[in-house]
Ligand binder design. Structure first.
Ligand code: FES
Ligand code: FES
Length: 154
């Protein structure tokens, strides 16, 4: 079975077809950027990008990623240059940051589709990702800041 992971084709064992994608990423490929939270599709901390869509890797079988473009947190930076969303969250971090990968990946998808989102659009896009530390104001600010960085409007 072949995955297109962060721009590279990699072979993985056929018997991982039914394994949740998050565990294939963590345990077989040592990509631990996605976070295991609820394990039930509620929190969004395990979000990856599958064919341009924010996708919960705890609810996705590994075989469902075959034939698609799979991007994880580890695939966002371009060499030493962080993705604008990563840069914005680094400038203004959250509290424990356990939820941060999910917010980053969801924001990347938002900005790919809407370069300069309104606050209403930011709230709508980020709404399904939870933060137990209540960092929602920072998250909103960071998505808006990432949009500025990406558009060169700094
Ligand atoms: S760990 Fe996947 S949605 Fe919570
Ligand atoms: S910063 Fe702690 S869960 Fe979001």
């Amino acid at each position: 079975m072949q995955l297109n992971l962060n721009g590279k084709n990699i072979e993985i064992a056929e018997d991982l077809r039914d394994e949740p994608l998050i565990w294939t990423l963590h345990d077989r490929l040592q990509l631990n950027g996605s976070r295991y939270g609820c394990g039930a599709g509620w929190c969004g901390s395990c979000t990856v990008i599958l064919d341009g869509k924010a996708t919960r890797s705890c609810q996705t079988k590994t075989s469902q990623a075959v034939g698609k473009s799979l991007i994880t947190l580890e695939g966002l930076a371009n060499g030493d240059k962080l993705h604008p969303v990563q840069q914005a969250f680094l400038e203004n971090p959250l509290q424990c940051c356990y939820c941060m990968t999910g917010h980053i990946m969801t924001a990347v998808v938002l900005l790919e589709n809407t370069a300069n989102p309104s606050s209403v659009q930011i709230d709508a896009a980020m709404d399904a990702n939870l933060c137990r530390c209540g960092g929602y104001n920072n998250i909103r600010q960071n998505v808006a800041r990432a949009s500025e960085i990406a558009r060169g409007a700094t």
